[in-house]
Design a protein around this ligand. Structure first.
Ligand SMILES: [Fe+2]
Length: 262
């Protein structure tokens, strides 16, 4: 993996151009990448279903390269919003092939990795995704979400200095939530980025991510870092809505003993 880490770093650094603002965002993605690698390693080490050597290798590679498209995205469009630019998962999969980062890897591992990078940011996974590909994608999606939650909690907590690029240029409209986001929370499914209008929408949307997280290590790290305390503390909407969101967080992070063993 050392060879891959060097190749990734060399590629990422080629986008640093001396503009402090842009370079800071580029560095943010580099740091995010390595934390996602650590989180994915943790799940791979403790989950039986990720134990097959090909899956473990693909998970490690896909974690390392999952956001390789972000650098080109930021350079060309100056945003991390896919809606306002391009699908950075597909862009990344194309870059992986073009740059030959996976040359020399076994065909199965190469295919798993490219597919996982392409799918890591999909709103929902294609129906019928099974087996090693399903596991590889889910492991990367889980690890990615754990780190994004930690980063965004710093931005969405009370009195945080909000970074517009990281918060996707959403309006700071205290007390305003979009019905579609609230509906998703109540129906216990993931909310869509495209339905967000305000920062409170973003806070609620992040709560809905808990419905998808699969691995014990993901939920454990989130529980331990307390990111949802900040996210909920920053919520400015109705007290009842905040209580609903808090109940979702509680039920996923601290399920009742019977639910945990079910
Ligand atoms: Fe990503």
């Amino acid at each position: 993996m050392e060879k891959h880490r060097s190749a990734f770093l060399q590629y990422a650094r080629s986008f640093f151009n001396g503009d402090p603002e842009k370079d800071r965002y580029m560095q943010l993605k580099v740091d995010h990448t390595f934390r996602v690698c650590g989180q994915a390693d943790m799940s791979a080490a403790e989950e039986d279903e990720l134990r097959a050597p090909a899956v473990r290798r693909a998970v490690a590679l896909a974690a390392l390269y999952h956001d390789v498209g972000r650098f080109e995205q930021l350079k060309r469009w100056n945003t991390f919003s896919d809606a306002q630019s391009c699908n950075h998962g597909l862009l990344g999969a194309g870059i992986l092939k073009k740059q030959g980062f996976l040359d020399g890897e076994e065909r199965e591992i190469l295919q798993l990795t490219i597919a996982a990078v392409a799918l890591h940011n999909r709103f929902s996974l294609p129906a019928g995704l099974r087996g090693d590909l399903f596991l590889t994608v889910v492991a990367v999606r889980d690890a990615d979400k754990v780190d994004i939650l930690r980063i965004l909690a710093e931005q969405l907590g009370p009195g945080s200095a909000a970074d517009k690029t990281m918060l996707l240029h959403l309006k700071d409209a205290p007390g305003v939530c979009s019905p579609a986001i609230l509906k998703a929370l109540r129906e216990k499914r993931i909310a869509r980025y495209m339905d967000m209008r305000t920062l409170d929408d973003f806070r609620l949307l992040l709560c809905t991510w808990l419905f998808e997280l699969r691995f014990a290590a993901s939920l454990r790290v989130i529980r331990e870092n307390g990111c949802f305390n900040d996210i909920l503390d920053g919520f400015t909407g109705a007290r009842e809505v905040k209580a609903e969101a808090a109940a979702v967080v509680e039920s996923r992070l601290n399920p009742a003993p019977s639910a945990r063993s079910a």
